[in-house]
Write a protein that binds this ligand. Structure first.
Ligand SMILES: NC(=O)c1ccc[n+]([C@@H]2O[C@H](COP(=O)([O-])OP(=O)(O)OC[C@H]3O[C@@H](n4cnc5c(N)ncnc54)[C@H](O)[C@@H]3O)[C@@H](O)[C@H]2O)c1
Ligand SMILES: O=C(O)[C@H](O)COP(=O)(O)O
Length: 629
């Protein structure tokens, strides 16, 4: 659907309450999990459930958003014993043993290396998670082939340029990486290449092995006192800078986003791009491959460099225009290059760049130390397992980060938010929903209340009952936009003490629609308006239109508006009882005594249409609606 199109719930009752078939498509709530402090941030905050039991925040939030089945579920097999359905994790490139062991304890691990794209696409619909390194191209085609089952892609390393993040987001698939464990390995490889290039180690080694003794040919250049420009002063770049300082080099760095104090602490000068390339004797590349950095090093930029500059690349091949580099090497503008990464990997056998006598190469070995590979494997295994369990890794690259403390305090409101969304959409009759306004009453200053999670849950509640989309924190905003649904938020200051609760109430308003339950319209009559609160840890519906109610949001609810008079509760209860529909609670809210009242009836079973019709025919009942929560 185009972004400008209108979001149209079906007018039919049954369609409004139906949920898409997601049996092969269980979603998860990505929650934040700090590396190395796995669940320590969770599980400590007990919440009272409506049945009086207690649960952890983690449990509550996961249940609040899990759609059909948890990813690890139990079911009875033919002989009646319980069997566990473990998630399937496809590992498509070599991963360290420690990580594999962790994965095997949690799921079924399929290590299938060197898959063709077609093989990957055919396997992926059987997999809940995919773990890759830089060699697997996780394209849109892969997400399409997954048919909604793939919930997380784990990149066992830093660069995620081989994963189509846009497609992942559209399909609600979380992408996590392992950004820290190979930093030192990559930096050490950069320094190894720098030294090897400066002293012609690779060429001299080949020459000796070929039976030659060419001491005059392989005279090198010294590093001490030379200027090295570190392009991209992130994790690897700053470690390279630190090591280059140790070699007695003058270190300058260019990075539009790096804080100057980090550079200062290492003794590097942050300079402009032009200054860096114009003054450096060595240029070491450490930026990610993005549309902005693609072929950043080209004929023009090589032309601005100091003649005879030496280039090291352990970042991504695509940041260099490789044909331009060959020209620069041929002309002597660039004296030497040391490359670990290539635009195409492996590069073509006849690559002029690889074969160039002034170029030394390694086959993308930057991260390949035993230590780094074990570290990366553990880092990614933990992130993927966490994601499959409903947590969001702190290394998620396509989902907003919600800090653990924010998560803890918002946990009960997550349930409330989704249910309010579900109720609001079921109150709409016929025409399309274009805009939803959410009003949070909060004792906090607006910037102190992070509502992204709540907004995502309201969106989920609104969209899921009436479409095939499934929503999670990863794709909520994207799907809403795609469906032409505008969600605006307002935070109103409430005078309850700030420490008591982060959110006093949440109101969901849907404007410019007709309601199938007129009493849900606000006093002005222009919008459907419902409000909820969390009371003692339990999500409650507290207001419908202009009626105050106090309804626990569980099971299914029949809402009736009637003329307030004795006997109605009994009559409706009898009708339900006769049809074996169990009532879990009843609550009546009225405006003025003996005038209009709203009765909310919690029911365990879904009453059939005839039962609802009979309730509607009870004298004094003016309108009713059945809501599935
Ligand atoms: N060869 C290997 O095996 C290997 C191993 C690890 C990392 N890498 C690659 O090294 C690169 C850096 O990794 P990292 O872990 O340091 O990532 P990082 O995110 O910590 O650092 C990247 C830095 O590049 C900066 N940057 C972005 N655009 C820039 C631009 N136009 N000009 C200058 N700087 C820019 C960012 O601000 C950031 O500080 C990535 O491309 C990664 O994929 C390669
Ligand atoms: O981005 C990275 O982490 C490195 O390029 C390592 O890639 P690899 O996992 O394929 O060795």
């Amino acid at each position: 659907m185009a972004a400008t199109s209108c979001f149209s719930p079906s007018s039919t009752f049954s369609k409004l309450i139906s949920t898409p078939n997601r049996s092969s498509n269980p979603t998860f709530l990505p929650l934040l999990r700090r590396a190395n402090s796995v669940s320590s941030s969770f599980g400590l905050i007990p919440l009272r459930l409506s049945d009086g039991s207690q649960s952890s925040v983690n449990h509550i939030i996961k249940n609040a958003i899990t759609i059909d089945s948890p990813i690890t579920s139990s079911s009875k097999n033919q002989n009646g014993t319980l069997s566990s359905t473990k998630p399937t994790i496809l590992v498509s490139e070599k991963l360290g043993n420690a990580g594999l062991e962790l994965l095997k304890q949690f799921g079924n691990v399929d290590c299938s290396y060197d898959l063709s794209q077609a093989e990957l696409c055919s396997k992926i619909s059987q997999c809940d998670a995919l773990i890759v390194r830089s060699g697997t191209k996780v394209t849109r085609e892969v997400f399409e082939a997954a048919q909604g089952r793939l919930k997380v892609v784990g990149r066992a390393g830093v660069g995620i340029d081989n994963v189509d993040l846009q497609a992942a987001t559209e399909f609600g698939c979380l992408v996590v990486n392992a950004p820290t464990a190979n930093t030192i390995a990559a930096a050490e490889h950069g320094i190894a290449l720098l030294s090897a290039m400066a002293r012609n180690i690779a060429q001299a080694d080949a020459s000796v092995k070929a039976g030659k003794w060419q001491r005059n040919k392989y005279v090198g250049v010294s590093l001490v006192g030379k200027t090295i420009a570190v392009m991209g002063f992130g994790k690897v770049g700053s470690e390279v800078a630190r090591r280059a300082k140790g070699l007695g080099m003058h270190v300058i760095a260019h990075d539009p986003y790096a804080p100057a104090d980090r550079a200062r602490a290492i003794g590097a000068d942050l300079v402009s791009f032009e200054q860096a390339i114009a003054t450096a004797d060595f240029i070491s590349l450490h930026m990610p491959l993005t549309p902005n950095t693609s072929k950043l090093f080209n004929d023009e930029t090589f032309g601005k460099m100091k003649k005879g500059v030496r280039i090291i690349n352990v970042a991504r091949g695509g940041v260099i225009d490789e044909d331009a580099l060959v020209r620069a090497l041929d002309s002597g503008a660039v004296a030497q290059a040391a490359l670990d990464v290539f635009t195409e990997e492996p590069p073509p056998k006849d690559s002029k760049l690889v074969q160039h006598e002034n170029v030394i190469v390694t086959p993308h070995l930057g991260a390949s130390t035993k230590e780094a590979q074990e570290g990366v494997a553990i880092e990614i295994a933990e992130a993927v397992i966490g994601a499959l369990q409903g947590e969001l890794s702190s290394t998620a690259v396509n989902a907003p980060m919600v800090p653990p403390d924010v998560l803890s305090e918002l946990a009960p409101y997550v349930v409330l938010a989704e249910k309010l969304g579900r109720i609001a959409v079921q109150l709409v009759a016929g025409s399309g929903i274009k805009s939803v306004k959410v009003v949070y009453q909060t004792p906090r200053a607006p910037h102190d209340l992070d509502t992204r999670l709540l907004r995502a849950m309201i969106t989920k509640g609104i969209i899921e009952p009436i479409s095939n989309s499934f929503i999670n924190l990863v794709n909520a905003d994207y799907v809403a936009k795609e469906k032409g649904l505008r969600i605006s938020e307002e935070k109103l200051l409430n005078d309850s003490p700030p420490e008591s609760t982060p959110v006093h109430s949440i109101q969901v308003q849907i404007a410019n629609v007709q309601s199938k339950f007129d009493s849900a319209l606000s006093e002005k009559g222009s919008e459907i308006s419902i409000e909820g609160k969390v009371k003692d840890g339990i999500p409650m519906l507290t207001c419908i239109g202009s009626f105050d109610v106090d309804v626990s949001l569980e099971g299914n609810i029949i809402l009736c508006r009637q003329v307030d008079q004795p006997g109605i509760v009994g009559r409706v209860g009898t009708l339900l009882g006769e049809r074996n529909v169990n009532v879990s609670f009843m609550s009546v809210g009225r405006t003025i005594q003996r005038e209009k009242a709203i009765m909310a009836i919690g029911v365990d079973e879904e009453p059939d249409k005839d039962t609802l019709k009979k309730i509607g025919e009870v004298p004094a009942v003016e309108e009713l609606v059945f809501l599935k929560l």
